[in-house]
Write a protein that binds this ligand. Structure first.
Ligand SMILES: Cc1ncc(COP(=O)(O)O)c(C=O)c1O
Length: 451
């Protein structure tokens, strides 16, 4: 007898993941029928034409096939060859062998150096784990924290559905805290206290708070005072913090800067709040989603708990080695004076300028459509506009009809969570600049006629 639905884990059945849900499945069908689809549903930059950074691909090529160093020496700059040699020496056996479970030590040391340079704080390379994308790291932290069905994890609403899906999968409880749309999607202490008090009143044992900075899907960037406020809140209530910082390079508004939770925790000398920080090769400048590179770093985690994190990571042996090389490339960018510096800097500028330009075009265009309002995108890669709907229609109806009518694939706001009585959708800012204009026009036309 084959496996039946009744055999499947109830937690798997209960788990939902909107970013690749029914609307995306329908987009695939339409595409097979020959329709042109613009995929604005997922932050997958290279699928929408973003070119990979030369530096990253050179290191990957040389590490995957070291014979290129001899057979095509003139094709690669000397700094890429030297760096690839150093990475390979660190792996000992090349990319075809498992590494130690935490990841290649020399790459973790490079990550530690990157954090030291970014935040001026010391890092223990053994508190850094290289992972298959940030997703796996987030799942490890949630896995460790959720010990039973009464355990709750605070997540922002709207949130990135990795969190809701994984918490459901591990049989924990989501404890939503709302971001204030009217105030640029800011988070406030009263809203955090309110959410925690409600969860406690329902008998939930709240273990941690997740923060996404810069925000997906909101595009908001947290300032230092807000980060300090969240750390104080976590300290007051004995919570761990999961800081999802995968968009730390994607900041567009002059005057805004990325501030890491690790730096603020260190500067405030907080020793009794455990922090897990996540970073990824999928976003930022690299957009190397397919290479599945990422890492997490933890602080204030006792050795016995750290041992179980290592055990969990060991079950899957190690993160993929190409992804580990991509992490190295991300954290060790060419420095002034190196042969690759000029090209790297030009490519970096072009990517960031284009994303910034698209963010502005998209938001301005959306705000010109009567019935749609959208906050400024100050970071990340998404807009989360609010839409007015005709009575009786849902945001899922809206997103499906938008797809059928225009070929534009977005995700309904309900997939991320939203304040009751409001409706949204999420779109990326990633389509090429000339397409963004068309996307906005098509959205406007659609919105005017949607019944
Ligand atoms: C907030 C956030 N965290 C984590 C991830 C997962 O990234 P990765 O590809 O590194 O697993 C994403 C991907 O879109 C994201 O938006």
């Amino acid at each position: 007898m084959t496996i039946r639905m009744s055999d499947i884990s109830k937690a798997v059945l209960a788990t939902e993941y909107a970013v690749r849900g029914a609307i995306v499945a329908r987009a695939g069908e339409l595409e097979k029928q020959g329709r042109k689809i613009i995929y604005c549903n997922i932050g997958n930059p290279q699928s929408l034409g973003q070119a990979p950074l030369t530096w990253v691909r050179q290191l990957l090529a040389l590490c995957e096939y070291p014979a290129l160093m001899e057979s095509a020496p003139g094709a690669f700059p000397s700094d890429a060859i030297e760096t690839a040699r150093a990475i390979l020496a660190g792996t000992q056996h090349g990319l075809g062998a498992y590494s130690e479970s935490r990841g290649v030590r020399s790459i973790r040391e490079a990550v530690a150096e990157f954090i030291l340079e970014r935040d001026h704080i010391g890092v223990d390379p053994d508190a850094i784990f290289l992972t298959d994308g940030a997703s796996k790291g987030v799942q490890t932290a949630l896995r460790i924290l959720i010990s039973g069905p009464g355990d709750g994890i605070m997540i922002p609403i709207p949130q990135y559905p990795l969190y809701s899906a994984s918490i459901t999968l591990y049989r924990g409880r989501m404890v939503p805290y709302f971001l204030d749309e009217a105030d640029g999607w800011k988070v406030s202490r009263p809203m955090l206290e309110d959410s925690l008090a409600k969860a406690k009143a329902e008998g939930t044992h709240v273990k941690a708070i997740c923060v996404i900075n810069p925000g997906n899907p909101t595009g908001a960037v947290l300032d230092e005072a807000t980060i300090a406020m969240i750390i104080d809140f976590a300290q007051a209530h004995g919570l761990s913090i999961l800081a999802d910082e995968v968009y730390q390079e994607n900041i567009y508004r002059a005057g805004d800067a990325f501030v890491s939770f690790a730096r603020v925790l260190h500067e405030r000398e907080v020793k009794d709040v455990s922090l897990f920080s996540f970073h990824s090769c999928s976003k930022g400048l690299l957009g190397e989603c397919g290479h599945r590179g990422g890492y997490f770093e933890f602080r204030n985690v006792p050795d016995d708990v750290a041992g179980h994190i290592l055990k969990l990571q060991s079950i899957a042996l190690c993160a993929n080695l190409a992804g580990q090389v991509a992490v190295h490339a991300m954290v060790c960018a060419p420095k002034p004076g190196m042969p690759s510096y000029a090209l790297y800097t030009a490519e970096k500028r072009a990517i960031l300028d284009t994303l910034k330009q698209r963010a502005t075009l998209l938001v301005d265009g959306l705000n010109r459509i009567p019935g749609i309002t959208c906050n400024t995108i100050t970071g990340a890669m998404y807009a989360f506009p609010r839409i007015t709907l005709p009575p009786g229609r849902t945001d899922s109806d809206y997103a499906m009809a938008l797809l059928e009518q225009t070929g534009i694939c977005v995700v309904p706001g309900s997939g991320f969570g939203q304040m009751e009585g409001t409706a949204h959708f999420r779109t990326t800012i990633l389509p090429p600049t000339d397409q963004i204009q068309k996307v906005v026009e098509a959205m406007g036309e659609f919105h005017r006629t949607f019944r």
